[in-house]
Design a protein around this ligand. Structure first.
Ligand code: 5AD
Ligand code: SF4
Length: 480
């Protein structure tokens, strides 16, 4: 049976195996959506809002794939949609606050529009306290599910249509990966591809291992098959996704390294660019550096989260590398690929961070000279070891360090990015420019953006562009 277009009959028994079971529920959901459509006198609409990382963005494409398949159409304005879904993030506290804030607004809209359905999923829902709070104080929410059972979305929608009560389905963990479900890409020419799920690192500040579960890798054949299909459908660039891609393959029956997987993906004809994230410095192998160096398709960009430059803090963070090891790794990468673009994540104000520790972080920033860095204020996540550590840092001290770090990072990144001025580089055109419709926006191999005159016929094409002027972290250019 062709899983993307299966032949399912509602009169037969409900299949027990996946993904057949979900295709059955897709057919069933269609009947409910058709009924709703008749009542409304138009096709019902949905609006999915994604918080957080690229993993969530990819998950949302799977949600959209199901929604469109069962008969909903997309509506950009949330307050007009018949089905509103928040795919949430919980990596920092402020992500949670935003969700509660927006739910408050949605409640007012739903009072005027009682048939509106509200669904919540993603990492935040894996926290029992959150679900408890929603159950008590946010009764107007219709559906709550987590990260492990997102593949059951069609089945959950059917349960929702058949029940008047709040539907909650959260799993603690899972070892299963369901393949071959529909998804609807946001971009026709590029796509994220999950290669693994979960994380086993337990960095002491991070909630991800608790909400995304244990690390498990997808079968390489399933990954290759998915990319081949994407390429046949017009995709030229893939972003391989995992919390720690460098430990890909360890849990497979026939273990395989990430570098080996990359070499297999490189062979796929028609695929032009390969990106991946995120790399953990402790697992980045010489083999990977070698494969990147010799590759024609892997982009010259590495996102290598440093988190802190202080060996002492890194130890408390359970990162399992020292400042010196991190710097040595950067040197090795740069020796192999002098033109590589390096980006990072940094946390300021981890418990016990002294001014000296912070200066070590600044020192790494000055030594590595990142193309760009995401800087975060430490956020206490209940349940993580760091949350109960002594010496939580006062907010004013954190704020001062954060501002100093940001300034340094931005000054360096403006200098580093400008070195390409005058060069001709290839850009994959992604969109019409947000501010000026006579320009298009393209992404260079090194992940920088360039804006240049062009129209929508260029979208999805790889074009050579002269980088005329650097504007800090992007370029203005001309097609050559
Ligand atoms: N507080 C602040 N930043 C965090 N990150 C993860 N957990 C926390 C936290 N508790 C950051 C890390 C990670 C990025 C995705 O989010 O820098 O690399
Ligand atoms: Fe969190 Fe560390 Fe896993 Fe990244 S590697 S998801 S920071 S625990």
């Amino acid at each position: 049976m062709n899983m993307m277009n299966p032949d399912i009959s509602l009169s037969s028994e409900i299949p027990e195996t996946e993904p057949e079971r979900q295709y059955y529920y897709i057919e069933k959901a269609k009947t409910y959506v058709a009924k709703l459509s008749e009542e409304l006198g138009r096709r019902p609409t949905f609006c999915v809002t994604t918080f957080g990382c690229q993993m969530n963005a990819r998950d949302s494409e799977k949600l959209v794939g199901i929604l469109e398949r069962i008969g909903y159409t997309e509506e950009a304005a949330e307050e007009k949609a018949d089905f509103v879904i928040y795919n949430t993030c919980t990596v920092r506290e402020n992500a949670n606050m935003r969700v509660y804030g927006r739910l408050g607004q949605l409640n007012r809209v739903k009072k005027k529009n009682p048939h509106m359905m509200i669904g919540l999923c993603g990492c935040m829902m894996q926290e029992p306290k959150v679900v408890e709070k929603l159950r008590k104080s946010y009764r107007f929410v219709d559906l709550i599910f987590g990260t492990h059972n997102i593949y059951k979305f069609a089945e959950l929608i059917v349960t929702c249509f058949e029940s008047k009560r709040m539907v909650i389905d959260i799993w603690k963990d899972t070892d299963r990966i369901v393949e071959d479900l529909p998804s609807e890409r946001k971009f026709s020419f590029k796509s994220g591809v999950n290669i693994m799920f979960g994380c086993n690192n337990f960095c002491s500040y991070c909630i991800v291992p608790y909400v995304r579960g244990r690390e498990r890798s997808r079968d390489p054949r399933a990954i290759i098959r998915e990319i081949e299909r994407l390429v046949a459908d017009g995709v030229v660039e893939v972003m391989l996704l995992g919390q720690n891609v460098n430990s890909y393959g360890k849990t497979l029956e026939e273990p395989m390294t990430f570098a080996e997987l990359l070499q297999e993906i490189e062979k796929i004809e028609g695929l032009k660019r390969i990106r991946f994230m995120t790399s953990h410095p402790k697992d980045l192998s010489d083999e990977l550096i070698e494969v990147m160096k010799n590759s024609k398709k892997i982009c010259r960009h590495l996102h290598l989260p440093m988190q802190s430059g202080s060996t002492e803090i890194l130890k408390k963070m359970n990162r399992r590398y020292t400042k010196e090891q991190y710097l040595e790794l950067v040197t090795k990468i740069r020796e192999a690929m002098p033109d590589i673009s390096l980006t990072t994540d940094i946390i300021v104000g981890f418990p016990g961070e002294t001014e000296e520790d912070f200066l070590e972080t600044l020192d790494v920033v000055q030594k590595v000279r990142y193309d760009s860095a995401f800087t975060f204020i430490y956020s206490k996540r209940t349940g993580t070891p760091a949350a109960t550590m002594e010496n939580q840092i006062p907010q004013d001290v954190i704020k001062d360090r954060f501002d100093r770090l940001l300034e340094e990072v931005q000054n360096i990144s403006a200098e580093v990015c400008s070195v390409h001025t005058g060069k001709i580089m290839t850009a994959l055109v992604e969109s019409i420019n947000d501010h000026d419709a006579s320009l298009v926006t393209g992404r260079l191999n090194n992940n920088l953006l360039v804006h240049f005159p062009g129209d929508e016929t260029l979208i999805g094409k790889l074009v050579d562009v002269k980088l005329d002027e650097c504007k800090g972290f992007y370029y203005i250019g001309t097609q050559v």
